[in-house]
Design a protein around this ligand. Structure first.
Ligand SMILES: [Zn+2]
Length: 218
């Protein structure tokens, strides 16, 4: 089976999307490129994560042609491919409709640095303008705003995060949801104080390599 390691990791993290509460039902999708970044293992369209097997995970080339697997790839394949092609450091992409991040996206707000844990994503989580799900226009909008950060809110839709591996992209999705929740709570009772660019940059500098353990690749 092509890309066995990557397909196992996608199936494993697919289950985590559900157990973490980041995704309900068959929403969201995740992908992981091979080390050479010539192929992408991506969740299939509409298959429940609880029963997802490595065989169900679809392998596509960077043009989106299916090269292994029986199922249809995720309907959001366009932005996964666009992000993988946009930056050399991106190997994994996680997309969720987690509630608080999505609430901000529906307000068409970006997420500011109200808690230091946003550093996993960057100094801010920018907002990509609205476009219909599954379109190249949506992929273009995300790529236009992501810059060097690791997360983007998608207007009236949800969240996408990226990383050098699935663990990092998934962790960032969890942390952005947490900071979004804190932001919503603080906005409901007062005015949250934002960290300065210098303060959040110091967090980012201290976090480089955090959680990287020898022998852990996904
Ligand atoms: Zn979506």
């Amino acid at each position: 089976m092509l890309l066995l390691d990557e397909r196992q990791a996608v199936a494993e993290y697919g289950k985590k999307l559900i157990t973490s509460g980041l995704v309900k039902g068959t929403g969201g999708n995740i992908s992981l490129a091979n080390p050479e970044k010539t192929l992408l293992a991506i969740t299939p369209s509409g298959v429940p994560y609880e029963t997802l097997t490595p065989e169900d995970v679809v392998v596509v080339d960077l043009e989106g042609n299916r090269v292994d697997g029986q199922l249809k790839p995720s309907s959001e394949m366009a932005f996964h491919l666009a992000l993988i092609k946009q930056r050399p450091d991106i190997k994994a992409v996680v997309h969720t409709h987690s509630e608080h991040a999505t609430a901000l996206a529906c307000l068409r707000w970006e997420l500011p640095a109200v808690h230091y844990l946003i550093g996993s994503a960057g100094s801010v989580v920018p907002l990509a303008p609205y476009a219909t799900f599954g379109t190249q226009a949506l992929a273009d909008n995300i790529c236009r705003v992501i810059g060097s950060g690791n997360a983007v809110l998608m207007a009236n839709h949800g969240l996408v995060t990226v990383g050098a591996n699935l663990r990092k992209a998934f962790n960032t999705a969890e942390l952005v949801e947490y900071v979004a929740k804190v932001y919503v709570i603080t906005k409901s009772v007062g005015t949250p104080v934002q960290l300065s660019e210098a303060e959040i940059q110091e967090v980012i500098d201290r976090s480089v390599g955090y959680g990287d353990q020898p022998g852990k690749k996904n």
